[in-house]
Design a protein around this ligand. Structure first.
Ligand code: NAD
Ligand code: WQD
Length: 342
């Protein structure tokens, strides 16, 4: 059985579905601070099978000990964490407590239960502002520009030390680039509880007139059209990457790092243009100054994941945008009251 922390969230729910569809038994631990158990109802509908669910906190050692004693858990996927960059600047301690201390507590409970296989949600943010593109795993770890980024880097350091302390550990640090998109059924997707920070969720709400206009944060970057470039990745591809990492870790103990990205960057204006084509109308936009802490460009070299995991992204930008738009139209308020009936 796989314990999936944060399994009710955006990426976690897609991973739980992929695990169930591949025959795994799944136990989700989530405190629902940024999600709803409705996502797991949708997962159940899609998989034809229900994951076990415990509402609780990954920082609680007694709870974790109980779960490891009660269920035949043999590996963990650790998604639980806080991810809003701006909020992390205002509330750094909450971010370090959840993302770093939560990871420490989880590793302690795993060691106690002698469960040593762990897949961790890291982020390309650990590279900071990389000098060369594309970014491979051997690139220097940068200086993250905010407490969220630091918390991910610190969690990586914790796991690296833990893996070096005992050869039984098999830990995969998955450095995601920019996950977007939704399940093609329109049943699972990203459901921000507040005003979105990220480009695509924001754009989706502008398209439904839930927000007035997209603010483009800077058109004076040293990029071909002046707007920031990122490596957008379909969340279903990302979920599949987790399964492949898990398979590899079963055969290869130690600590491994894999970039999960497409290897291709798109600027804000390129995403906007592609999105307008999908939606069939132009979006209201305004150009604003650069957002503090943003970098000009960031895209992956995903060849290590291809060679070692046999993983590569299959879904292109158009597919990401179409799936995200379907999700938004069917669930204008996320998993809330007037979401499509399930
Ligand atoms: P999300 O907020 O949708 O999912 C995180 C889940 O963790 C939520 O369901 C939340 O309720 C749960 N959670 C938070 N604190 C918890 C706690 N103390 N105990 C138990 N559950 C808790 O976010 P997501 O986009 O699905 O991200 C999942 C992971 O991937 C996070 O660790 C995030 O930092 C990482 N990540 C996300 C992105 C991205 O752009 N979405 C990029 C790189 C890395
Ligand atoms: C993408 C591009 C913005 C919003 C963040 C975190 C990172 C990771 C993913 C978890 C940039 C521009 C955005 C808007 C805009 N999270 N933009 N108007 O900043 O690459 O990454 O989320 O690990 O750690 O920092 O993603 O989607 O916010 O921005 O112009 O309303 O879109 O400036 O160029 P980012 P994003």
């Amino acid at each position: 059985m796989i314990l999936v922390t944060g399994g009710a969230g955006y990426i976690g729910a897609h991973a739980v579905l992929a695990l169930l569809q591949n025959g795994h038994e799944v136990l989700v631990l989530d405190n629902l601070c940024n999600s709803s158990s409705a996502s797991l109802e949708r997962v159940t509908r899609l998989a034809g099978r229900r994951p076990q669910f415990v509402m609780g906190d990954v920082r609680s050692r007694p709870l974790l000990d109980k779960l490891f004693a009660a269920y035949p858990i043999d590996a963990v996927m650790h998604f639980a964490g806080l991810k809003a960059v701006g909020e992390s600047v205002r509330e750094p301690l909450r971010y370090f407590e959840t993302n770093v201390s939560g990871s420490v507590t989880l590793c302690q409970a795993m060691a106690h239960a002698e469960v040593f296989t762990l897949v961790f949600s890291s982020s390309a943010t650990v590279y900071g502002e990389s000098e060369t593109m594309p970014i491979s795993e051997s690139a220097a770890l940068g200086l993250p520009t905010n407490p969220y980024g630091h918390s991910k880097l610190m969690a990586e350091h914790v796991m690296r030390s833990v893996a070096h302390s005992d050869p039984r550990w098999a830990i995969g640090l998955l450095r995601y680039f920019n996950p977007i998109g939704a399940h093609p059924s329109g049943l699972l997707g990203e459901a921000p509880k507040n005003i979105p920070n990220n480009l695509l969720p924001y754009l989706l709400q502008v398209a439904l007139k839930q927000l007035p206009a997209l603010r483009i944060y800077g058109d004076d970057y040293p990029t071909p059209d002046g707007t920031g470039i990122r490596d957008y990745l379909h969340v279903v591809d990302l979920a599949e990457g987790h399964l492949m990492a898990l398979n590899r870790l079963r055969k290869q103990p130690g600590i491994s790092t894999w970039n999960l990205g497409t290897g291709r960057g798109y600027s804000v204006l390129e995403v906007l243009k592609a999105f307008e084509k999908v939606v069939g109308k132009t979006m209201p936009v305004c150009v604003e100054p650069r957002r503090s802490g943003d970098i000009a460009q960031c895209w992956s070299d995903p060849s290590k994941a291809r060679e070692e995991l046999g993983w590569e992204s299959k879904r292109d930008l158009n597919c990401m945008l179409e799936d995200a738009w379907r999700w938004q139209c069917l669930n204008p308020n996320g998993y809330g009251a007037d979401a499509m009936a399930v």
